[in-house]
Design a protein around this ligand. Sequence first.
Ligand code: ZN
Length: 552
Amino acid sequence: MTNPVIRCFPFGGVGEFGKNMMVYAIDDEAIIVDIGMGFPEPGQHGINITIPDISALDELGLKIHGIVLTHGHEDHIGGLPFLLPRLKLPVWGTPITLALVKHKMDEAKFKPELHPLPDDGTLTQVGSFQVEAIPVTHSIMDAVSIAIHTPLGAIIHTGDFKFDPSPIDGRHTALHRFARLGDEGVLMLCSDSTNATASGSSASEGSVGAPLKQAVSQCSGKVVVSTFSSNMFRIQQIIDAGLANGRKIAFAGRSLEKNVEITKLMGRLNLPDNQVVDVKKTEGIPDQELLIIATGSQGEWRAALSRIAQNHFPTLRLGVGDLVIFSSSSIPGNERVIAGLYNHIYRRGARVLHSRQAHLHVSGHANAHELKTMVQLTRPKYMYPVHGEYRNLVEHQYLAIATNVPYENTIIAENGHSVEVTAEGIKHGPDFHAGAVFVDDSGRDEVNYAVLKDRRALAEEGMITVVVLIDQHEGHVIGTPELLTRGVLNHEFSEETFDEAAASLRVYLETFDQETLADMDAAREEVRLWVRRWCKRKLGRRPMVVTTILEV
Ligand SMILES: [Zn+2]
């Protein structure tokens, strides 16, 4: 290996946010860093997640030794339940990351080969690769950057990071180790571009603690706080704010309960058992002694907060004097849905406090100043910005140039464009196929391209179109919904069968209140699911269901 060729294959997360996956190869030997999933577009209710399309992986002719994980966020590990059973590769990760992966793979009924990834400066052998994990601060515990040692120098894949000088758990970014790698010679820096367009430095996670405490202290009723369910630093601070104000803590939302349980089991969450109440048993506890942490800050319609806000949560009723705190940001594209959620909360009589009104949220990603510091510490020969949309990558490229990386030593290569580094220089290599695979949340074992799936459903199961008319002013359903079928009717199922379905759908729709009907996305999805369930029960089939709600 005197003159090796080093290649990078971005399968996801470069030129987009989400489903991060990078393959690094030295000649024909390779490792994968992260296999994430993408988040649904707002309104894309049927198809819930995307994962990297790895169909080109075989064609690359690489011997892949394993998967190394930077941290446990869904956009870095969420693809594993779908792709690990196919890849059957060993996985390396830090304690919290591995605990989250283990839980996911248990649910997927696959037993992965998991290996610890020490971040104390020791090297880990992954097949023929030597990798080093470096602690970084981020909005989840145990995040690391990965240094991959190559004969031409180290490749540093930062993963998501920021430089938080006072982390909640005292686990600091190991700045000195980035500097040491810089001294030894860094070949290439592949760094997180998420916040490249944000100036200055990100605020410390700990800075939201006092504002949270203050907000809780000013409320005389129940407090509900919503945040991202994987950020245990934030959840710890919300718990502390509740306890400091004499409130018991309840958790609403499956992912949140799971993450709290995992973190508590590992001794990483400080919450005495006698201060926790089951969210289903909060009746009888005075409002001013209760704080509920709930999932659904992005307005996800099936999440706990949406259900609480619409009075669909069995044991919690919001009312006058209650406060809902959003310790979160709006993911771009979700604003309209979140505004709708605020409206539901205000209709209950409660009030909303969000991060544009008070300092209740900080990002987990490095801003421009920190990104430049990363370049200065590591002094890479080449700079390859990753994790972000095209605009973020280019801004990050210019930050590196401003930090003395020559323009010709920087590269922009989105998903599907390979990068080649040799002793001579860096250049674009051949393109490869790197698309997205859509996964339907209702049948997690089914992984199909959306188009193939639609075609198959149409060919095998037929299609039902449901049309519901709503009186815009009165807010009720007009007449009986219409069900039009194609390829579903045969001698077993007559038209009367569908007339019955339409009649019982009408009865179901009459249980909707005005508010639910006004939320068109949610109403449409409720109708779609009802018809799907009906078809499965009565016909034993799963036709494609298209719902149209018309306001007249
Ligand atoms: Zn992350």
